[in-house]
Write a protein that binds this ligand. Structure first.
Ligand SMILES: *[C@@H]1O[C@H](CO)[C@@H](O)[C@H](O)[C@H]1NC(C)=O
Ligand SMILES: *[C@@H]1O[C@H](CO)[C@@H](O)[C@H](O)[C@H]1NC(C)=O
Ligand SMILES: *[C@@H]1O[C@H](CO)[C@@H](O)[C@H](O)[C@H]1NC(C)=O
Ligand SMILES: *[C@@H]1O[C@H](CO)[C@@H](O)[C@H](O)[C@H]1NC(C)=O
Ligand SMILES: *[C@@H]1O[C@H](CO)[C@@H](O)[C@H](O)[C@H]1NC(C)=O
Ligand SMILES: *[C@@H]1O[C@H](CO)[C@@H](O)[C@H](O)[C@H]1NC(C)=O
Length: 423
């Protein structure tokens, strides 16, 4: 008999099987189908060629093997509590003349054991070498091991794969080798095992690191300009494992001289009613079983400040020489290019608060000749009120600042020098 479907013609009386993959301990179903069967017998046999079922008749004494379905079109059996040794090629035979067979490969996955982290000691001193090994046995095929520090993967850690004694499964191990750092204190190191038998639920072993390290100290002052009569709080921020507590405050290498006004509360040193005699070097020392560390703060008690503001403000200038000639300047430096782009009216001195007083003189004492021109300019300024610099001569008639710059005599040197004006 020849059967055809979709232009593919084949002998219809033949067995059909499929490969099966099962996790160790699970149940495997072996199914053999014959689409067209003239009541010919079917049989399943194991990799050792032992007959398991002949039609619906059980042939091998094994409680784990049961019949699922037996008909002229199908012979299905199940193997429960599958062990690694059940793996192999199973054969379904159809007893035609000659006999036709179909092979199904049963793959048994070895489940990795829960991983174990070894080599951990606690606590570890900062700088010491740590070697943590994670190991998992029983996987088939070999499991995948990965390391994480607080959920961040540590890449490129080598792993080792060894065959277990049963010669079927593997022990996979990986060693994380690093130098303990204070930043590792409290970090959770985890070893994660992924395997196809785990149904995408990885096995994870975790270890919290405890790293001991010497204290580090820092003094934070509540005031940047302590004045007489005020109070100040110096906070000694110290870190360390174990935590250095309490901290020790000293002044100029000795005890705090005035316990009435100098009160230590935890990490804070509070000095009230500051007095010039409080000037000095204050030291905070933090000690833990690993070591000690200290830092200093130099206290200078200033006079009570005058309520009046300083009468002259020296602006920041690009050249030191300019300072000597612009004692009266009250506006800060502005570059000539900024003038041309931001405030076209600035050169005319008609609008804009910063430039209403324009009439100043550029002062760059690089060239002696320029100095004398500036002095002339100052003279004219005093007599005529607002005035432009000599360097800007030719710019007065310009319709706008851009043209003014272009019209102005000289080059970039002049443009740079125009930055300072004064009354
Ligand atoms: C195997 O066959 C039994 C009976 O039909 C069924 O209950 C079970 O779910 C099957 N197992 C698998 C893995 O297909
Ligand atoms: C197959 O077996 C059934 C009974 O099991 C019988 O009725 C039928 O005639 C048989 N068919 C052939 C082709 O032998
Ligand atoms: C079944 O498994 C065997 C052995 O692993 C393999 O050679 C074969 O190609 C597989 N057949 C199918 C249909 O996957
Ligand atoms: C003391 O602390 C500072 C930072 O506060 C640190 O740089 C230094 O290494 C520490 N010294 C010791 C001996 O631990
Ligand atoms: C500062 O301290 C000295 C000595 O303790 C004391 O004689 C002086 O009166 C104090 N000055 C003020 C302003 O409190
Ligand atoms: C404290 O420092 C201030 C500012 O430097 C200084 O004027 C004053 O003389 C100092 N007083 C003492 C007692 O050192």
């Amino acid at each position: 008999l020849v059967f055809c479907s979709n232009n593919v013609c084949s002998q219809g009386q033949f067995p059909l099987t499929q490969n099966v993959t099962v996790v160790e301990g699970g149940t495997a179903n072996l199914t053999c189908r014959v689409d067209q069967n003239d009541n010919t017998s079917l049989q399943w046999s194991n990799p050792a060629q032992q007959t398991l079922y002949f039609d619906d008749k059980k042939a091998l004494r094994d409680n784990r093997i049961e019949l699922v379905r037996a008909s002229w079109h199908e012979l299905s059996i199940s193997v429960s509590d599958v062990s690694l040794s059940d793996e192999g090629q199973y054969t379904c035979s159809l007893f035609t003349m000659p006999v036709k067979t179909s092979k199904a490969f049963l793959t048994v996955l070895g489940v990795p054991e829960k991983p174990q982290i070894s080599g951990f000691t606690s606590p570890v001193m900062e700088g010491e070498r740590m070697q943590l090994t994670c190991k998992t046995s029983g996987s088939k095929p070999a499991a995948d091991i990965r390391w994480f520090k607080n959920d961040k993967e540590i890449k490129d850690v080598k792993y080792l794969k060894e065959e277990d004694a049963n010669r079927r499964t593997f022990t996979v191990s990986s060693t994380l080798d690093f130098r303990a750092d204070r930043s590792d204190d409290g970090v959770v190191v985890s070893c994660r095992v992924d395997h196809e038998s785990l149904n995408s639920t990885p096995q994870i072993a975790r270890q919290v690191l405890e790293i001991h390290y010497t204290p580090s100290v820092k003094i934070i002052s509540s005031s940047s300009w302590p004045e007489e009569g005020q109070s100040i709080v110096l906070t000694c921020e110290s870190k360390g494992k174990p935590l250095p507590e309490p901290v020790l405050w000293t002044k100029d290498g000795g005890e705090l001289p005035d316990p009435e006004r100098m009160v230590v509360n935890g990490r804070d040193l509070r000095i009230s009613f500051l007095n010039k005699t409080d000037n000095g070097t204050y030291r905070c020392e933090a000690t833990n079983p690993i070591g000690q560390n200290s830092t200093e703060y130099v206290l200078i008690v200033h006079d009570v400040s005058n309520t009046l503001l300083p009468t002259t403000v020296i602006p920041s200038l690009t050249t030191a020489t300019v300072t000597t000639t612009v004692a009266l300047t009250t506006s800060t430096a502005t570059s000539a290019t900024a003038f041309s782009t931001r405030d076209p009216n600035a050169l005319a001195g008609q609008t804009g608060p910063d430039h209403a007083l324009i009439g100043g003189i550029v002062a760059v004492v690089v060239f002696v000749t320029l100095c004398s021109i500036i002095l002339l300019g100052r003279y004219l300024a005093r007599h005529k009120g607002t005035y432009l610099t000599n360097e800007a001569k030719g710019a007065e008639d310009a319709p706008d600042a851009d043209t003014a710059i272009i019209n102005a005599e000289g080059s970039q040197v002049n443009a740079e020098e125009k930055k300072e004006y004064f009354i």
